[in-house]
Design a protein. Structure first.
Length: 573
């Protein structure tokens, strides 16, 4: 960007030159940080912390040849930098003095021989060419600092005109290329909005009639995001992304809000829990205003606010639910129940810590609320069994919790850390024993089928279905089940079989092999190892004349000398 009169720009506002250079450097290097004089800059205006050491820029607004006063300032800045960084042993990569005035050879010699001669690292004095480079790389930033809002508005209007002009293709440009050119113009408009943030845009689809919520958008949220409906299923997402490590410090984004809830209402209690513990909120009436950043709002607006909890980092220590001494012989330390932290929130008032954790199986979830200065602590353990979970893992967790309940005294501890909660009556969740038996029975049947057996919807599973499952588990796991019978009705498909007097004459057994199927809560299961039902010593009832039985007739059989009926799995080869 040639032809820039830096001397003139410095005369009308020298501080603007320094801030312009610092702003551009923060955009050029994402890890660059600008110091503030109020905190003591230590002879540094902008710096980068790299693995090899500091990269430093000292920016001066000198737009004319430096005299004794300016040279004294340069030396003082160097001395502060040396004392604060070099003398304390910090590794330094380079130090650059930056001024809009390009130093003469005489000034460079003075700088190298009388200022930086002791430096064991690279030093340089950058002049107007450096400022020209920054202006060329970031024209929007240059215009915002030095040309005022009218020029910036004109540039925005020109690009908006290009972006909104009809899309036409020609021999030298495809339709897609023409569309991309207009999208690029729109991108440049958005990039002019802020030196500290950019807006990333994209589209996504949701089922018809469904709107974005904190829950279903968790994977798409990367910062401050605004969603706008395009049509019945498509939405546009605009996310504010910091352009450098210091963006939030230089241009903070805040949300001013006032909840519009009736005292004593469920919404008011939800807000109180959010204030005390950071409990997520969903759809609470409120008045809010975003201050700062690209989405800055001049006036408050009314709507519904939701606050979600971010997922806990995977490296957080686990929680353990364990028995407290004295230990019973039946409960060993290996039977602790381990929980993985899923959420950790802190209340806005009182500093209350809320921890939500679940077992690996997902069968149990605990919520501990502790360390609040305004509310009483609490500890809740609840069932969170869902369809699709591993029955063996679910059975293990629920069995251990029931053992802890039988022991009495318990504690919840952070892995290699302090106790979070303790008590004397755990009180395992209601229906835990019933669901535990369901999980145990499915785990017992798993070795006998090639199908993957997973937990059903336990809340839709009936008692009758659970009993049938348990019956099959006993048969397959224990080898056989024997009962008695007194009569049985059969429908005959082939009457010729009854012409054989040795059939159904009270000797031998009637065998029926099959792959049993059963249903739990709407999910159908099949055991691929065959089950054989053996009806012992069957004979025709006295009233049945085998010579008169026809196809489709129903006959009755009764036991002769042995009235047992045996269910047993087919022996494996």
């Amino acid at each position: 960007m040639p032809g820039i009169d830096w001397a003139y720009l410095g005369a009308i506002g020298g501080e603007g030159l320094e801030d312009f250079a610092a702003t551009c450097l923060r955009q050029l290097y994402h890890d660059a940080r600008q110091t503030r004089p109020a905190s003591g800059d230590g002879g540094v205006d902008v710096y980068r912390e790299t693995p090899a050491g500091l990269v430093v820029w000292q920016i001066k607004k000198f737009t004319a040849p430096v005299g004794p006063g300016q040279r004294r300032q340069i030396k003082q800045s160097w001395r502060r930098f040396w004392d604060a960084n070099v003398a304390t042993g910090k590794p330094i990569i380079s130090y650059s003095l930056v001024t809009p005035w390009t130093p003469t050879s005489t000034a460079l010699t003075w700088f190298e021989n009388q200022v930086t001669s002791d430096a064991p690292f690279d030093t340089a004095w950058e002049g107007a060419a450096f400022f020209n480079m920054l202006a060329a790389r970031f024209p929007g930033t240059h215009d915002r600092f030095f040309k005022g809002p009218d020029v910036l508005e004109g540039m925005t209007l020109a690009k908006a005109t290009l972006a909104s002009s009809p899309v036409e293709s020609a021999d030298s440009i495809t339709m897609l290329e023409a569309i991309n050119a207009r999208e690029t113009a729109l991108r440049e408009i958005k990039d002019m909005i802020s030196d500290n943030y950019q807006i990333d845009s994209g589209t996504f689809r949701l089922p018809r009639g469904e709107a974005p919520t904190v829950a279903n958008m968790r994977g798409r949220i990367r910062g401050q995001t605004r969603w706008t409906r395009i049509d019945d299923t498509r939405w546009q997402a605009e996310t504010v992304v910091p352009t450098n490590a210091q963006s939030a410090e230089v241009e903070p984004i805040t949300i001013n809000m006032r909840f519009l809830v009736e005292p004593g209402s469920p919404e008011a209690e939800a807000v109180a829990d959010w204030n005390r513990w950071g409990v997520p909120l969903e759809g609470i009436p409120a008045e809010s205003q975003i201050v700062g950043g690209p989405f800055d709002e001049p006036e408050p607006s009314r709507g519904r606010l939701s606050f979600g909890a971010t997922e806990a980092p995977p490296d957080l220590p686990r929680l353990f639910l364990r028995a407290r001494p004295p230990f019973q012989d039946s409960l060993s330390p290996t039977e602790d129940v381990a929980f993985v932290v899923r959420e950790a929130t802190v209340g806005r008032l009182g500093g209350g810590l809320r921890i939500v954790a679940s077992t690996r199986s997902g069968a149990l979830t605990l919520e501990a609320r502790v360390r609040s200065e305004e509310a009483e602590p609490s500890f809740v353990l609840r069932l969170s069994v869902e369809a699709g979970q591993n029955p063996a893992a679910v059975a293990r967790d629920l069995t251990r919790v029931q053992a802890l309940e039988a022991h009495g005294a318990f504690e919840c501890v952070i892995e290699d850390g302090p106790v979070v909660a303790a008590g004397t009556d755990l009180g395992s969740p209601r229906l835990a024993a019933t669901i535990s038996r369901l999980a145990v029975d499915l785990a017992r049947l798993q070795p006998h089928t090639t199908s993957k057996l997973l937990m059903p919807d336990v809340w839709q599973t009936t008692d009758r279905q659970a009993e049938e499952l348990h019956r099959l588990a006993v048969i397959y796991d224990e080898g056989a089940l024997t009962e008695t019978w007194d009569k049985m009705n059969l429908t005959i498909e082939d009457p010729d079989l009854l012409r054989n007097p040795k059939l159904l004459n009270g000797e031998g057994a009637l065998l029926s092999p099959s792959e049993p199927t059963f249903t739990l809560g709407g999910t159908d299961y099949t055991i691929t190892r065959q089950l054989v039902v053996s009806v012992l010593s069957p004979k025709l009832a006295d009233w049945v004349d085998r010579t008169k039985v026809t196809r489709g007739s129903e006959i009755e059989i009764v036991p002769a000398s042995d009235n047992r009926i045996v269910w047993a799995p087919l022996a494996e080869e």
